[in-house]
Write a protein that binds this ligand. Structure first.
Ligand code: SOE
Length: 398
């Protein structure tokens, strides 16, 4: 941690943060670094030292807009700065491995956006670097942010407490529609060289992680298929939000538009997964339903403050899905925010991610999800791709 006592806040050690990338994810992470110490009593004081991006003017403007002290055009400079203790990687997947490994080797903690990498080989190299760094008390975490939604945490607790019994079914969908219109332009998320894969890695990765996180089990084998419905799209004239504006000319889509796969869980249950950006009307629907031997849980991110719980041990006459509003002070993270019923949104999970990360770093603990957890998800994605490519059916992960 920085030893600059002049910048300590209320006697807390500072944690100098450097952000690489400042688009959608960079903005969400910036908001989290700003907000976490204002709503939670953190054991360290995060300092938003510097943001890196390729274009000098744009990165300077982003620093001013998002609240970073300084802006640089070289991530290599950022990861070796003395005032940076943690590097937050918010770039497309093709640069995750290089930046994260360099940062860990420079002795900086790392928070890296998901999916961990564009390939299993890259993810393995990142895990090796993280394990080596951990011996020196330097830690790495992958940003599967939805783990920090209060209703998801409650779901995990209910499963761990045995409230739904043994897991029989996991039904997991991540549905969006931002490229359902064939005239939506190409963006880096549709470019295999940059993103690794399409819906599979971008959003399928989240539901694989959530299935494993909530059940405490792992996916031990899969069979799946991928499809690219629109193979050619307009080139973008500008980039904003997810899709940007269409410009002149067209280019090929080199990733999947949708992924459908099923798998087996380590506890013996069956899982089905669907990830698509072609589900008109579904904007960011992460839908999970878990059926156990004693009950069921259901969640939809588009109603993210709710968790639905069915307890099969209740009297049949009055049994039914109970709608739990996960905003009570007894619920994870909720007490730090607003009075009950005054719900949370997308950005709060990023804040909770910072809260947990800073808590773990201050305690010298390995934060979760670790790079090893990220690699486990990467292996599932890779198995789905192999299954789809070879029409080979089942791919074992054990
Ligand atoms: C785009 O599909 C995207 O921004 C993902 O990249 C994020 O991980 C998800 O949180 C929202 O959708």
């Amino acid at each position: 941690m920085s030893e600059r006592t002049d910048e300590q806040t209320e006697g807390k050690p500072t944690l100098g943060v450097g952000l690489v990338g400042y688009a959608f994810m960079g903005a969400a992470h910036s908001q989290a670094w700003r907000t976490a110490p204002r709503f939670f009593d953190l054991p360290m004081a995060p300092r938003m030292r510097v943001v890196a991006g390729r274009h000098a003017e744009a990165v300077r403007a982003a620093a001013d807009r998002l609240g970073w002290d300084d802006a640089v055009t070289s991530w290599k400079e950022l990861v070796t700065r003395d005032d940076v203790d943690l590097v937050d990687v918010c770039t497309p997947g093709d640069t995750h491995a290089e930046i994260a490994i360099a940062a860990l080797e420079a002795g900086k903690h790392v928070l890296c956006e998901k999916p961990l990498a564009n390939s299993v080989a890259e993810a393995e190299a990142m895990v090796a670097a993280a394990e080596k760094a951990a011996e020196r008390g330097v830690h790495a975490m992958v940003g599967f942010t939805y783990r920090r939604v209060p209703a998801i945490q409650l779901a995990r607790t209910l499963v761990a407490d045995g409230r739904i019994g043994q897991v029989r079914h996991v039904r997991a969908q991540y549905l969006q529609d931002w490229i359902a219109d064939p005239s939506a332009p190409l963006s880096w998320r549709l470019d295999k060289a940059k993103a690794g894969s399409g819906a599979l890695g971008d959003i399928g990765a989240h539901v694989v992680d959530l299935a494993q996180f909530i059940t405490g089990e792992s996916v031990v084998g899969v069979s799946g298929t991928l499809e690219t419905f629109v193979k050619e799209r307009p080139l973008p004239s500008s980039f904003a939000g997810l899709a940007g504006e269409a410009g002149e000319g067209t280019g090929p889509v080199t990733v999947d538009d949708a992924a459908v796969f099923f798998g087996r869980m380590s506890g013996g249950g069956l899982a089905t997964f669907e990830a698509t950006r072609f589900a008109w009307g579904r904007k960011n629907a992460i839908r999970l339903e878990i059926n156990g031997s004693k009950g069921s849980l259901a969640f939809d991110f588009e109603d993210m403050n709710l968790l639905h719980f069915f307890d099969a041990q209740e009297e049949p006459k009055t049994a039914g899905f109970r709608r739990i509003v996960v905003t009570e002070p007894e619920h994870p993270y909720a007490g730090a925010w607003w009075p009950p019923g005054h719900g949370l949104g997308y950005e709060h999970a990023f804040t909770h991610q910072v809260v947990d990360l800073v808590g773990d770093l201050a305690a010298g603990r390995q934060p979760t999800p670790s790079f090893a957890d990220g690699l486990a998800v990467q292996r599932v994605l890779d198995a789905v791709e192999r299954s789809s490519e070879n029409h080979s059916g089942w791919v074992d992960l054990t």
